[in-house]
Design a protein around this ligand. Structure first.
Ligand code: PLP
Length: 381
């Protein structure tokens, strides 16, 4: 068994495919999935004891462990099923505060589901979505900052900023974007769906009001595991989307119980972190980052398409213009995606953005250079 097949066999990924889309839903290691099952069994063996006594303690100790990894205090962290739930909790909590004409600022690279959440907020409250175009291709991160700042107005009350973008896989310079908002008294919600595990986080020092991130993408947690971090000054006004027994008791208690559910994914964060650290931690981050750049360079050379962003704006994903397309529509992106899967057994997302189709490759521990060469050859031979 080569080292590569050995690492890949630690996941459930089926044989016979080139899997270049860790970014959409992650992939859980077997060891973490086994730990998850153990938490499920713990719940089933004595459901009352688990829910009443063990769960509250476990959730708080898990939050503290996660906090050490993301530079935050455990008491500022709550678990949610996914980044969408974290975003919804914050934006819906702000409904009573939005006034007619208030502006919620985001960028053209916002994740589609988050855009819809803001549009819902607008429909319910009279606030307005303002979506600034940010350049892509991009030569320097300051182009993003300049475009974003130009979208700020007197009426901007909330900025929703991606940490790592979905359509193009670039890291936004959020420190600079947050600072621009804070100078003007604008509240900031960071959508860090892709960040935990991909970039080093220090949430206490970031200066945002809220930060939500997935553990099920790049941190090896099972699906349905994400967190919301809230600055202490905002916790009293931040509520889960599902209101339950502990309404207004405290921030952590409100989120720690939102009704009966399967809590097992949340509780495996220490197991996921153990897997992450065991496989290199910082060294794994450097390896995946280098592989993403290498992948982008392989495709760029094979397809004669320029690199659309500087290397330092990449994490573990890279987008490159698709070599064949005519219109850059959603319909065409589905066709190209399906062709790659149906004909070549390559799973890779094709993103329509700015009238262009972008192929966004992921680089995770189980990926190797040869897989990107396989993708490159589809359009060169
Ligand atoms: C930038 C961004 N925000 C939010 C999400 C939503 O994540 P989830 O499906 O875990 O809620 C994604 C998912 O890919 C994303 O890329």
């Amino acid at each position: 068994m080569t080292e590569h097949t050995q690492i890949r066999s630690e996941f459930y990924l089926e044989d016979g495919m080139t899997f270049l889309n860790h970014g959409s839903f992650g992939a859980v290691p077997r060891s973490v999935r086994v730990a998850q099952e153990e938490f499920r069994l713990q719940y089933e063996r004595q459901p009352i004891r688990f829910a009443m006594r063990e769960l509250p303690v476990l959730l708080r100790s898990t939050a503290a462990t996660l906090g050490e990894f993301i530079g935050a205090r455990g008491e500022d962290i709550v678990f949610v099923e996914n980044a969408s739930t974290g975003i919804n909790a914050v934006i819906r909590s702000l409904f009573p505060h939005f006034k007619h004409g208030d502006e919620i600022l985001t960028t053209s690279q916002v994740y589609g589901a988050v855009r819809q959440t803001i549009l819902y907020a607008a429909a319910c409250t009279g606030a307005r979505l303002v979506e600034v175009d940010v350049p892509f291709p991009v030569a320097h991160e300051d182009e993003i900052v300049a475009a974003f700042v130009a979208g700020i107005s007197e009426r901007t009350t909330l900025a929703v900023i991606d940490h790592i973008t979905s359509p193009t896989g670039i890291i936004f310079p959020i420190e600079k974007m947050i600072a621009a908002c804070k100078e003007r008294g604008i509240a900031v919600l960071i959508d860090g769906a892709h960040a935990p595990g991909m970039v080093e986080l220090n949430l206490d020092a970031l200066g945002a009001d809220w930060y939500t991130g997935n553990c099920h993408k790049w941190l090896f947690a099972p699906k349905g595991c994400a967190f919301l971090w809230t600055h202490p000054s905002r916790q009293a006004e931040t509520h889960p989307t599902v209101i339950s027994h502990k309404y207004k008791v405290s921030y952590t208690e409100e989120f720690d119980w939102t009704g009966t559910q399967d809590f097992s994914a949340f509780l495996t964060v220490p197991n996921a972190l153990e897997f992450y650290q065991l496989h290199g931690g910082k060294a794994l981050r450097e390896r995946n980052h280098a592989l993403a750049i290498e992948a982008r360079n392989i495709l760029s050379t094979a397809w004669n398409k320029p690199a659309p962003s500087p290397d330092n704006m990449l994490g573990f994903m890279a987008a490159i213009e698709a070599p064949v397309f005519s219109s850059g529509t959603l319909e065409e992106s589905v066709k190209l995606h399906d062709y790659l899967w149906d004909t070549h057994r390559i799973e890779v997302p094709v993103m329509p953005f700015n009238d262009t189709l972008w192929i966004r490759v992921s680089a995770q521990i189980y990926n190797v250079r040869e897989e990107y060469e396989t993708l490159a050859r589809v359009f060169t031979i």
